[in-house]
Ligand binder design. Structure first.
Ligand SMILES: C[S@@+](CC[C@H](N)C(=O)[O-])C[C@H]1O[C@@H](n2cnc3c(N)ncnc32)[C@H](O)[C@@H]1O
Length: 353
C-alpha cells in the first residue's frame, strides 16, 4: 500500500498512539487487533454486544487472542491509514479538523447502502442506525461518498486505500446496468470530477462566490439525470429501491453544481430546474441512506425557493412532505413545530447559506 507519511494530522495521531501504546500494553493489543493490510486476512470476529451491559473494559478479547506482534510504529501507521477517521467537527462555533482512531467503529465494514451513520460530537463518535436494522443483520457504514457513481466509488479509496471492490447489493445492481448506461456514465464521470473540484473550491473559499460555475454544465448534468431516469423507470426488472440506488449515483454532481451555480447567479437560474425531478433526486439520496442531515438541508433549501414561486405550490407541498420525513429520519419523530424548527436550522449545514 502506498502510504503518505506527509499528512501532519496523521503524523500527530501516530505520535500520540505510539506514546499511548508504549505506556499501555492492553491498548497496544487492542490497536493491533485492527485491520492493517488491504486484504485484512486476520479478520476479527465481530465482538458480542454483551459489553453494553457488563464490564466493557476487555470486550474485544478472548483469552486465545494473543497479540504476537512486537511494537512496530510502521504497523501502527498502517492501522491508522486503514482505520482512522478524518473530517471537520464543530464544538460551539469553533471548527476543528479531526484525525482520530476509534477502536470499535474501526471494525465496521463498508456498504454503499449502509444501515448506520456516524456522527462526531465533540471528540466522540456516535454510530446510529440510519434505518431499521433486523436482528443479526450486519451493521455497515460507508467509507466513500455513496452518491458518487459506481465507477468513482470503485476507483476511489475503496480499491486504492482499502483494497477491495465493493460487491454490495447496490453495486451489483449498478454493475448489471453498466452496458446500457455506458455512454451516459462516461459523460457523467467526467462532469462529476470537474464539478466535485469546483464545489470543493467553492466550499473552501468560505462564502465568497465561486469563480466559474457555468450553468451549461448544470444543464448537461441534468440531461444525464433525465436519461438515467428514463432508462431505470422503463426497466421492469428493477424494484423501486434499486431504481433509486442507481439514480443516487447520478445526483451529487448535479446537485452540487446546481447549488454553486445558483449561488453565483444569486439564485436567478435555480427555478428553471425546479420540477418533479428534484423530488426524484431527494428520493434517490434517501434510498442510499435515509435521514442524512445533508439531504435534509438540500431539501429545505429547495423547499425555500419553491415556496417563493407561485406556480410551484404543488411541488412545494411534495418537497415539504419529503423534508418532514427526512427530518424524522435524521432526528427521530418529533412534534410538528419542533420538526419545523429543525428544518429551518438545517440549511446551516450548507456552507453557502
Ligand atoms: C476499517 S476495516 C473494517 C474491519 C475489518 N473487516 C476487520 O475485520 O478488521 C477496513 C477493511 O475491511 C475490509 N472491508 C470493509 N468493508 C468491506 C466490504 N464491503 N467488502 C470487502 N471488504 C471489506 C477491507 O479489507 C478493508 O480494508
Amino acid at each position: 500500500m502506498a502510504i503518505s507519511y506527509d499528512d501532519p494530522h496523521r503524523i500527530r495521531l501516530l505520535s500520540k498512539l505510539v506514546t499511548m501504546a508504549a505506556k499501555d500494553p492492553l491498548f497496544l493489543r487492542k490497536m493491533h487487533s485492527l485491520a492493517h493490510t488491504q486484504s485484512s486476512q486476520h479478520r476479527l470476529e465481530v465482538p458480542s454486544m454483551d459489553f453494553l451491559t457488563s464490564d466493557s473494559s476487555d470486550y474485544m478479547y478472548s483469552e486465545e487472542v494473543v497479540d504476537p506482534e512486537p511494537f512496530d510504529p510502521a504497523r501502527i501507521m498502517d492501522i491508522i491509514m486503514l482505520n482512522s477517521f478524518e473530517g471537520e467537527y464543530k464544538t460551539g462555533k469553533e471548527e476543528s479538523r479531526l484525525c482520530a482512531l476509534y477502536l470499535l467503529p474501526s471494525l465496521i465494514n463498508h456498504s454503499c447502502h449502509r444501515n448506520a451513520s456516524r456522527l462526531i460530537v465533540g471528540g466522540a463518535m456516535i454510530i446510529h442506525a440510519a434505518t431499521d436494522i433486523r436482528k443479526g443483520e450486519e451493521i455497515t457504514i460507508t467509507y466513500v461518498s455513496t452518491v458518487a457513481p459506481l465507477q468513482r466509488r470503485q476507483k476511489s479509496s475503496l480499491s486504492m486505500k482499502f483494497g477491495f471492490t465493493c460487491k454490495c447489493k447496490r453495486c451489483r445492481v449498478e454493475e448489471s446496468l453498466q452496458n446500457s448506461l455506458r455512454d451516459v456514465s462516461e459523460l457523467y464521470c467526467d462532469l462529476h470530477d470537474k464539478a466535485a473540484d469546483e464545489v470543493h473550491m467553492a466550499m473552501c473559499s468560505q462564502r465568497s462566490p465561486p469563480p466559474e460555475s457555468s450553468f451549461t454544465t448544470v444543464l448537461q448534468l441534468r440531461n444525464v439525470f433525465d436519461t438515467v431516469c428514463e432508462k431505470v423507470f422503463a426497466d421492469k426488472g428493477l424494484s423501486e429501491l434499486e431504481k433509486r440506488w442507481v439514480l443516487a449515483g447520478y445526483s451529487s454532481a448535479y446537485l452540487g453544481k446546481w447549488l454553486v451555480s445558483g449561488y453565483a447567479s444569486h439564485f436567478s437560474n435555480v427555478p428553471v430546474l425546479l420540477d418533479q425531478k428534484v423530488v426524484e433526486v431527494v428520493k434517490a439520496l434517501r434510498a442510499t441512506v435515509p435521514g442524512l442531515v445533508h439531504t435534509l438541508s438540500l431539501t429545505t433549501f429547495i423547499l425555500g425557493i419553491t415556496q417563493r414561486l407561485e406556480s410551484k405550490e404543488e411541488l412545494a407541498k411534495e418537497v415539504f412532505m419529503l423534508g418532514m420525513a427526512e427530518c424524522a429520519g435524521a432526528y427521530g419523530n418529533q412534534k410538528s413545530d419542533v420538526m419545523l424548527k429543525l428544518m429551518e436550522k438545517s440549511t446551516e449545514v450548507i456552507p453557502f447559506f
